[in-house]
Each structure stands twice: as structure tokens, then as C-alpha cells.
Design a protein. Structure first.
Length: 260
């Protein structure tokens, strides 16, 4: 697992714009090298702001959208189209505005999907889709995602991995149902640490003073059961992309780069 790098931008707006630009560069580079790329989306305020900035950027046309596999890191287990679903936000902010291949857009199941209101079956279904997309060179049950983006909650949750919940102990299954989440809605579907850590690059994106303690803990020696953000690491690279407020309590000894 990689040691995190930290990059700080002035405020949330600039952070979202800079992450969108970084995403263009990363996906274009991967597509130039391998023909196609994969990305894992996150929900939440700043995660959705990044997608909106990408939609607004003229550079978005440098991405071959039809050669992009799009997955989600977690989902609120609600009917399709529900405004609280991460998928709904991503479609509105970005996916409805670019020429994606619908077969390569893989939202997590909804309560009106083939498994109905059974989140365990829905999680297994998503795990099966990931397994089917993994190639021998991935050496595991999920693709080696090129970029996996994660928001960070004030309680240091990432995806729908909330402190102390059983999902954090999962070592085998790449996707699990989460019940009893402290943030509504209580029932969710989430990638687990083994799936997150299969990503080549993990980007943890956080803005605002309310995230500063979580950022500090996630960059410390804290254990991932208490501080899930401390367990979010990529195989080749981990980046904490922050605004100044979220970076206001960085632990000593953490090197950071700052933009103006
Ligand atoms: O519930 C969720 O929260 C996190 C963080 O959201 P934020 O609004 O505090 O940035 C998000 O990353 C996750 O995908 C989502 O389901």
C-alpha cells in the first residue's frame, strides 16, 4: 500500500476544479497507454462538485467517454432515481452530459432492482459484476481501478464504511451490505477495504473545517476500524486532496504541496 501524499487547494471550489483537471489528465494518460480506463465515483458534496466541474470543463472532451468503465464506491440503498442516491447525483452532474457507453456505467443496485429490498443480495450482485470485469492481470476479484475517489465524512467514514461497523472487518468479499449506518439512509451498499485497496490510485477528497479532525486522524497511525479513512490506500498512489479548511489540522511531519 502506498504512503499518502497531500495536496491543498485554497477552497472547495478550486479543489473541485483541480480534482476534475487531475481526473482528465489521469484518464487520458491511461487511455493513451491501454485504450480504456476505469474510475470509481463517490457521492457526497465535494465528490459531486468534482463531477459538475468536470462536466463544465472543455478539457472533458479529451476523455474517450465510451472507453471508460464507471463504478461506484458506495450507494444509499434506495429506489432508482431517488435524489439521495449517489448514482442520481452523478448522472445529473456529469453522466447525462457526456457520451458514456451505458453498458460500461455500473451503478450499484437499487431497492427496485432484481433483488428488491434485499441489500445482501444486491451487494452480491455487484460483487459478481466486479468479478466478471476483473482480468487475470488484476490478480483478484475486482478490476485494478485506475482511480478510486472517496469522500471523507466528519466521522472519518469513507464509501459507506462507518467507524466500528462490521463491514470494516471484511477481508474477502469486495462488496457488502451495510445496515445501521449512522448517516441516513441506514441501509447502504459499499466496497470493502480489499476492493478499495485494489485500486491503482485512491484519492480521498475533503473540504471544510468539519472534516479537519477526520483528515488528521486518517493521516495518522489511527486504526481503520475506528478511523476508516486511515485504511483507504491505493496500490500505487494515495492522494489526500484537500481545501485549506480541511487541511487545518494536518499531523506534524506530513509533507504537503499547496496551490495558490
Ligand atoms: O454518505 C456519504 O458520505 C460521504 C461523504 O459525503 P460528504 O457530503 O460529507 O462529502 C460520501 O463520500 C459517500 O459516497 C456517501 O455515500
Amino acid at each position: 500500500m502506498s504512503t499518502p501524499g497531500v495536496l491543498v487547494h485554497r477552497d472547495q471550489e478550486l479543489l473541485a476544479r483541480a480534482v476534475a483537471a487531475r481526473l482528465v489528465t489521469r484518464l487520458v494518460d491511461v487511455q493513451a497507454a491501454r485504450g480504456s480506463a476505469s474510475v470509481v465515483l463517490t457521492g457526497g458534496g465535494v465528490g459531486t462538485a468534482v463531477l459538475a466541474e468536470l462536466a463544465a470543463s472543455r478539457a472533458r472532451d479529451a476523455i474517450d467517454w465510451r472507453a471508460l468503465d464507471i463504478w461506484w464506491g458506495d450507494e444509499r440503498f434506495l429506489p432508482s432515481g431517488d435524489p439521495e442516491r449517489n448514482e442520481t447525483g452523478a448522472r445529473k452532474a456529469l453522466l447525462d452530459h457526456v457520451d458514456v457507453d451505458p453498458a460500461r456505467v455500473r451503478p450499484m443496485p437499487s431497492t427496485d432492482g432484481p433483488d428488491g429490498a434485499d441489500p445482501e443480495a444486491a451487494a452480491d450482485r455487484y460483487a459478481a459484476a466486479l468479478r466478471a470485469a476483473a482480468r487475470p492481470e488484476d490478480h483478484g476479484p475486482v478490476p485494478s481501478f485506475d482511480v478510486l475517489m472517496l469522500g471523507l465524512g466528519p466521522d472519518a467514514h469513507v464509501a459507506s464504511l462507518f467507524p466500528e461497523l462490521p463491514a470494516l472487518y471484511e477481508e474477502e468479499r469486495p462488496v457488502v451490505a451495510v445496515r445501521g449506518a449512522p448517516k441516513p439512509p441506514p441501509t447502504r451498499i459499499s466496497l470493502t477495504f480489499p476492493a478499495i485497496r485494489a485500486a491503482r490510485e485512491v484519492w480521498v477528497i475533503a473540504a471544510g473545517e468539519s472534516k479537519s479532525t477526520a483528515v488528521r486522524l486518517a493521516l495518522s497511525e489511527a486504526g481503520p476500524i475506528q478511523v476508516p479513512g486511515a485504511g483507504a490506500r491505493g496500490r500505487q498512489r494515495t492522494l489526500f486532496l484537500l481545501d485549506r479548511a480541511a487541511a487545518s489540522q494536518l499531523p506534524p511531519g506530513i509533507e504537503r504541496l499547496s496551490s495558490p
